[in-house]
Design a protein around this ligand. Sequence first.
Ligand code: NIG
Ligand code: FE
Length: 409
Amino acid sequence: MSKIASHEVWTRARLATMAGDAPYGLIDDGALAVLGDEIVWAGPRTLLPSAFSTGAKVRDVGGRCITPGFVDCHTHVVYAGDRAGEFALRLAGVDYAEIARAGGGILSTVRATRAATEAELAAAADVRVAAMCRDGTTTLEVKSGYGLDCATEERMLRVARALSQRHRLRVRTTYLGLHALDPAWAGAEAYVDYVCAEVLPRIAAEGLADAVDAFCESIAFSPEQTARFFAAARALGLPVKLHACQLSANGGGALAARFGALSADHLEHAGADDLDAMAAAGTVAVLLPGAFYYLRERTLPPVAGLRERGVPVALATDCNPGTSPLLSPLLAMNLACTLFGLTPDEALRGFTAHAARALGLADTIGTLVPGLKADFTVWDAEHPAQLVAGIGVNPGASVVVAGRTAEED
Ligand code: NIG
Ligand code: FE
């Protein structure tokens, strides 16, 4: 092997590669070699080939733990307005569906988002995204869905795309075309026609979205309407994701799988048929403990059934103003363990390897293996379990994105 001059070696690290079957893919005394924006070697320090150690810039992390950068694969982080009043209403006993039917909920954020300029939306999102980055998020999925009309949906997606210019992270955007019904429309069918015929083709042509999403629920869109939207998206080459079985058992998981969905998300009310179909289609289950906690739900997602079938389980913050105003991947992982019974290893895979897969990016990010992007975090912690054990505790993080530290950017 010829000598590589410009690489860097992060050494004396407890490497949580999140690859393979061993817990955390852990390498106790590890080294990670990076060339440019890519990982070129990862393994036990004593086995580091001399081609990587000769002439390398060495960064001794003194036994600290390194994990892949966190991938937050389901967020609604771009929005305007505030729903604190709704939180108070829910505490007083009014439920989410009732608030939605009365024109609050998603529609109240739609009104605020439509009224906001692109700069205002960006400034509001910046505050949230900065906090996410501090807690280790290096890839962020952002959904639209608070515009409902074409111009506002496009504005949200442009704001989302531009986040990567001001923050140290990768961004994937999702056109959430069916989120709520604007009461100005005569009915849901007419609105789905508009979305499929006008908005979706435009957003696809502009390259503003990497995937589409829908809210398939009694208070939102039916399975038939969702299927119509998904067929149109697939015909344009866009992959699909689905808010499925959050509040009721409606076959959303199976519907998502039928369209080869990257992921089906929420899933508290998913049944055996949903899980079988997801396993067969390779659809990732994205669990959202923030929404479960905030809505004080009682029905747990079917974690045992997902494990039995080998369905990869990802986690995300679902950051949104109404049901999960949560920014921290660290806190989300802790909630997933305490509320859903995930192990810390499962929780970390959920925010790294499996989340990358939920975005179709498993060959790019999510594990510390050669050939993937050098997105990782050096934690002031000795063991990855410590990241999950605290309640919103960040032990200190040096975040590397595309091989670059904050100082180098
Ligand atoms: O993922 N379920 C639908 N969408 C969001 C909620 C959005 C809102 O209430 O503003 C969710 O929970
Ligand atoms: Fe959501």
